[in-house]
Design a binder for this molecule. Structure first.
Ligand code: NCD
Ligand code: ZN
Length: 344
């Protein structure tokens, strides 16, 4: 097989940043994709409909000519979010989810929620209006080891949340563990998960053995091999409960190669091809379309994209760096060779 045709995929989790960064991130996000869920962790965060509307306009201004790519906007939940904010978001026509960041979990999460138990009225409203809750599922208390944050979140919070709001549509964003994989597969169809290319291609050895590779540092952090295998297994299984979410999150090279380096991997230079690599290695290229192109829209209640893309079997070398703002970003897989390439 030297060619694959796919219904055009979508990316259900990405970070575009703002202003000058949009010149790099928007055309990259539109490369091969139909839509992208735009995470709201700007400073200040996208906490209301007006901010989301303005941000969307700034994004659309950088969309390449002739592209139909659509940014799907997201509201950032804080301790001050009200049920009225949710209703306004649902009525906006351009907001497709609300993101829960535990305060302190990741890049620009300082305004995140400090106590999940205070969010009942908001979640109740989301359940009623059918708004998707996008969960950064990690605990952030100092007693919990960083490698255990996701598994502990499931036990401490997620089980009871799913029981309390049995009709709330929830995406476990960027899952990284066997526990995350098991949980999503064992719950009802209102719960799904997105998976990044870095968590399918790598485990923590790749990040730490022989020297620290800061460009593989992202949050939730890469876990051990058994977790990587569990993620590959559900992603390539054909299950409708998992879909593509790159979590592409650019940080300038200097901000990552630092005494206190930022978390996030940039992957839009080759996103669909990086996933194709995983599926090919697993002998499951026939399952790539479900994961990349149909499971996501089916979960969000949106139509499949009306066009197709083609990948051809062709070895190509990923760039060592990509211009970003007034510096550069080191992309995921920089300098390595992939076997599949999008026909552009
Ligand atoms: C993301 C970022 O840089 O915005 N970083 C990351 O490591 N994934 C934030 C996030 O999604 O956690
Ligand atoms: Zn993210």
């Amino acid at each position: 097989m030297d060619k694959i045709t796919l219904i055009q995929p979508d990316d259900w989790h990405l970070h575009l940043r703002d202003e000058q960064a949009l010149k790099t991130t928007v055309p990259a996000a539109a490369r091969g994709f139909g839509r992208g869920i735009v995470m709201p962790n700007l400073t200040p965060p996208v906490t209301n409909v007006n901010r989301a509307r303005d941000y969307r306009e700034r994004i659309l201004a950088q969309r390449p000519g002739g592209s139909d790519w659509q940014p799907l906007m997201v509201l950032y939940l804080t301790d001050n979010t009200t049920p009225d904010d949710i209703i306004a978001a649902a009525n906006s026509g351009f907001i497709y989810g609300c993101k829960y960041y535990p305060a302190g979990a990741t890049t620009n999460s300082d305004s995140g929620v400090t106590n999940l138990n205070n969010m009942d009225a908001v979640f109740e409203t989301m359940q009623e209006v059918g708004m998707v809750l996008q969960m950064h599922g990690e605990v952030t208390t100092s007693d919990i080891d960083i490698f255990d944050r996701e598994a502990v979140f499931i036990e401490r919070h997620l089980r009871s949340l799913v029981a309390k709001f049995p009709r709330l549509k929830m995406v476990m964003e960027h899952i990284t563990t066997e526990q995350g994989a098991d949980f999503v597969m064992s719950t009802g169809d209102n719960v799904a998960a997105s998976i990044t290319p870095q968590h399918l291609l790598h485990n923590r050895n790749d990040m730490l053995v022989g020297g620290i590779r800061p460009h593989l540092f992202c949050l939730p952090i890469l876990k051990r091999d058994i977790h990587q295998q569990a993620l590959i297994s559900i992603a390539t299984s054909g299950s409708h409960k998992v879909f593509l979410g790159t979590d592409s999150a650019p940080h300038a090279q200097g901000d990552k190669e630092s005494a206190c380096g930022c978390a996030g991997c940039f992957s839009h230079h080759a996103a669909i091809e990086l996933y194709a690599e995983v599926f090919e290695r697993a002998g499951s290229l026939d399952k790539l379309e479900a994961f990349a192109s149909t499971n996501g829209p089916d979960f969000y209640g949106l139509p499949h994209n009306p066009v197709t893309i083609e990948l051809k079997k062709q070895a190509w070398r990923l760039p060592d760096s990509i211009p970003f703002e007034d510096t550069q970003v080191i992309p995921l897989g920089a300098g390595t060779t992939l076997n599949w390439k999008l026909v552009e």
